[in-house]
Design a protein around this ligand. Sequence first.
Ligand SMILES: *[C@@H]1O[C@H](CO)[C@@H](O)[C@H](O)[C@H]1NC(C)=O
Length: 320
Amino acid sequence: MEGTFREQLFFLVLCLSVLKGDSRYIEDNDISTEGLFSLLNSELKRELPEELMYRRSLRCLDMVSVEGQFTFTADRPQFSCAAFFIAEPNEVISVEYDNVDIDCRGGDFIKVFDGWVMKGEKFPSSQDHPLPLSQRYVDYCDSSMTRRAVRSSQNVAMVFFRVQTAGSGFTLTVRRLTNPFPCNVISQTPEGTFTMVIPQQYRNCSFSIIYPVEVQVSDLSLGHLNDFPIQKSSLGCVEAGDFVELLGGSGVDTSKMITVADLCYSNSPVRMKIACDNTVVRMVSSGKFVNRVSFNYRLLDQQDLHRIRGNSVEDYCFSG
Ligand SMILES: *[C@@H]1O[C@H](CO)[C@@H](O)[C@H](O)[C@H]1NC(C)=O
């Protein structure tokens, strides 16, 4: 009972903060992770009808984790709305505009963002995303836009929209497509297993778990291309060029998070409790090798949380 009430409360706070946010810049949405995930949980309970494409209306603040058609119709002027989309880790999201009836000249817009923005922070961070920030927004109202479908680079995307005329709106068709080499991921669940592979690419990938969790890295293979193992150098992991880091923090931008541990040798399994709002497994890859890391994670229980958060005078949130 308590849990349900808490969820309702967060949802209410979430709605209120969006409603009063008209004058604020839309990206500074003050959305708590808990509020967001209670939306997600209610979304997961929906069943996809077998023969028909799933259809429902879109709310001004919404979370979508299934394929289908989503229609927004303004019942009154709506200045700052946002819909979050999430798919499985090995999928990307395609968003297609259908039946758009908005007043672009009058200031309405529909912008697809390649990633998520929460509390003003972006996932993936600008450093880890293949595209420059300006290209991660696709505005329907941009006259140079000829595409009618936008594809995300990872399993999350979002749509910001403003519709000021009652009765106006649009329909989005959302599809999930397979991604053979998922790089940046936000986990839908607080427990799971994942293997991240970076095949000889100069890039960094982050797996983000927006829950306090225990992470166990079970397998780590860096630079084992052609049986040529990376030298065990006396230098730290960072100097080695290829490594895995565990990060903890309260936002979603990995470049603003604290490094809990750097891993670059696969000699022993690593297990850590990270009682932060967001936990990230990030792999840094030089492009010289095929790098792989496997890990599993589970939600920390109340006892763990009390012990870790209770102990710390400063604002750190992890323990070995
Ligand atoms: C990956 O991250 C490392 C350290 O965080 C950084 O030095 C490097 O430039 C990054 N690589 C890319 C492709 O952004």
